[in-house]
Design a protein. Structure first.
Lengths: 241, 402
């Protein structure tokens, strides 16, 4: 992978559109989105349902391709990559956290966290050590051998976060990570994400519709009708004064 | 990559024991049912073939009266005499033996046991013609045959009913008004081709039966055993013309006797066996198909259920091929394991059932291979194709799948 010139943003969307369906039934979910995200940012993506925020998230996560426009990830044109190349990009540079946790059932926390390492071809002892370390980071040391059914929602989301960060990704993409959790657990998860963003220098991009949760981010991007309506940095004013 | 996929596949199988068990069970039942059915069918066919062989080959049976059937009159036809037997022996070439038979249904009594059976008056040649062997004792002596002594050789069923497990030799059986010494025991032949018990019989010298039981010099049937090289059709023609001449039948009169060829009976029964084999083949094909559909269903359901899992794997960076390889290995391992267990189960079942039904156990490699191969192929195909469909989905679509 060619590394982009110094100072270039980690992620850059240029005039991205995404259309679902064809002809009369066509629906334009994104209508020309420009967005730049730098290494180490903590971005919250907000907006009403149907505003295109989830579509944008899927594009950023290389799970989907734009209809038109350019997506540069560290200077690489993602829109030109094929399925397998995008899978490799996900494997090496991205981590995912979903609203519904999406852990493998009947599979211990340890094995769930080891899964991405397995696809990277790591040896067994490396997998075990890294998975333990990741579970330790999310505060689940001692829960390695519990299956999702034996864990609370908050704990399951922690396992999912451990699985996302076990490969030391550049970017952690979280799609409504607190959507299925109560308020107390939600704040715990947000604190964990903030800490990972601060301590590990992982870029965090998170979709949420709860202002409480968005408040943990240092930048909030609002989507309305498939366009970026506002792009705020709440902390920036304090920093300048 | 292969090692990783193998590890993932085995882990998934172990983790989902219930699902794996059901998949394997479907294949086991499919394979075992087909193999068992065909193997038992083969055994039954073999058993019937053995029974036909026990009839004795190249045997003609000459009986007075017209061929059996509706509208035929057999009552008035004259019986044969000893002279007819001698004439056949002297004038027709290519014969092994000619045995006269006079049958009589009587009640046999020994001690407190009694048993209704058929006594056949005949000569020692009867054993050769009928493919009988002596299990114990001896044949009739010339003296006994000439004088019509009260001696008998009994079949296995008669021995069992009258003497149980004891040796009958030297004991006497009461037949009507006289006592008869048992001098021999026939080796058991079992069920005949028509389902009758061939061992329910007793043999006496021809003259003994004629004098003491039937009271005439008539002969009920003549058994003509041909040499292996003799053409039975030629002998039949000669027999017919000889007997017509001896019975002084005019050219425009039907035979008042008939000649039955056991070879013909055997051929008729062989045709029946052919039909049976074809029927078994059809049943096997249908069960194989039904078993295959069962395997297909369980594979389709289990893979469709796992679309979400495939989505998760794709999202965290698994390549399409890696996911596919894992599912392929899972399907191969489960199908092959199920197939092997099915073959083993069928082997045990066939062994048990064939000994229970007194049938020969014939291991048939062809059906074992076919059933195994077909079921394994269906298992792999229907484990793989839906997985491929799922792996080609967008990860998001697969993740949303409920």
């Amino acid at each position: 992978m060619a590394v982009a010139e110094l100072g270039a943003p980690l992620i850059e969307l240029r005039a991205i559109t995404k259309t679902y369906g064809e002809g009369q039934a066509a629906f334009q979910a994104l209508r020309g989105v420009d967005l730049q995200i730098a290494q180490g940012e903590f971005v919250a993506v907000m907006g009403p349902s149907g505003s295109g925020k989830s579509t944008a998230m899927n594009l950023l996560g290389c799970l989907d391709t734009p209809t038109t426009g350019e997506y540069l990830f560290r200077g690489i044109h993602v829109e030109q990559l094929d399925r397998n190349q995008r899978a490799l990009l996900r494997r090496n540079c991205l981590g995912f956290v979903f609203q519904g946790f999406n852990l493998l059932a009947r599979t211990s926390a340890q094995e769930n966290v080891e899964l991405p390492l397995l696809y990277r071809g790591e040896a067994a002892d490396v997998r075990h050590a890294q998975a333990r370390a990741a579970l330790d980071k999310v505060g689940l040391a001692g829960w390695e051998h519990h299956t999702p059914a034996e864990l609370s929602g908050g704990q399951q989301q922690r396992v999912a976060i451990a699985r996302a960060i076990v490969t030391n990704p550049l970017v952690l993409l979280a799609d409504e990570p607190t959507g299925n959790l109560d308020s107390k657990r939600s704040h715990e998860i947000m604190e964990l994400l903030s800490r990972l963003n601060g301590e590990q220098d992982i870029t965090v991009i998170m979709v949420t519709h709860e202002p409480d949760m968005a408040a943990y981010a240092r930048r909030i991007v609002h989507f309305v009708d498939g366009l970026v309506a506002s792009d705020e940095r709440p902390g920036a004013t304090e920093a300048c004064c | 990559m292969l090692l990783n996929a193998l590890l993932l596949a085995l882990r998934e199988i172990r983790r989902n024991l219930m699902r794996s068990f059901l998949t394997v069970l479907g294949i086991v039942i499919g394979v075992a049912a087909v193999i068992t059915m065909v193997t038992l069918g083969n055994g039954a066919t073999q058993m019937v073939a053995n029974q036909i062989a026990s009839l004795g080959s190249n045997l003609l049976m000459v009986m007075p009266g017209q061929r059996l059937g509706p509208g035929r009159d057999s009552a008035g036809a004259p019986k044969f005499k000893s002279a007819d037997v001698e004439a056949i022996q002297q004038q027709i070439n290519g014969l092994k033996v000619v045995a006269p038979v006079v049958g009589s249904s009587v009640t046999l009594v020994a001690g407190t046991q009694n048993w209704s059976s058929t006594v056949n008056g005949t000569t020692n040649d009867y054993l050769i013609a009928g493919n009988w062997k002596l299990a114990a004792g001896r044949l009739f002596s010339d003296d006994e045959e000439r004088a019509g002594k009260a001696v008998c050789i009994i079949g296995n069923t008669v021995k069992r009913e009258l003497f149980g497990n004891q040796s009958p030799l030297g004991n006497s059986i009461r037949v009507k008004t006289f006592d008869c010494e048992v001098i021999g025991l026939l080796a058991a032949k079992g069920q005949g081709g028509m389902g009758q018990d061939q061992d329910d019989t007793a043999l006496m010298p021809l003259r003994t039966v004629q004098r003491r039981l039937t009271g005439t010099l008539d002969i009920g049937m003549i058994m003509v055993s041909l040499k292996d090289t003799t053409d039975s059709a030629g002998v039949m023609t000669q027999l017919r013309s000889l007997l017509r001449e001896r019975r002084k039948l005019a050219d425009n009169v039907d035979d008042n006797f008939n000649v039955m060829d056991t070879k013909q009976i055997a051929e008729t029964l062989s045709g029946t066996i052919g039909t049976m084999t074809a029927l078994l083949g059809a049943v096997a094909a249908v069960s194989l198909l039904v078993g295959g559909i069962g395997i297909m269903n369980i594979m389709l359901v289990s893979v469709t259920e796992r679309t979400r899992e495939i989505g998760i794997r794709l999202a965290i960076g698994a390549l399409e091929n890696e996911v596919l390889l894992q599912f392929l290995i899972e399907a191969v391992v489960l199908s092959a394991f199920g197939g092997l267990v099915g073959v083993a189960l069928a082997f045990v079942a066939c062994l048990g059932l064939s000994s229970l039904m007194h049938m020969p156990f014939l291991f048939n490699p062809g059906i074992n291979l076919t059933a195994f191969g077909f079921s394994a192929a269906i298992g792999v195909l229907f484990g793989y194709v839906p997985a491929r469909r799922a792996a080609q989905l967008d990860p998001i679509a697969a993740l949303r799948h409920e």
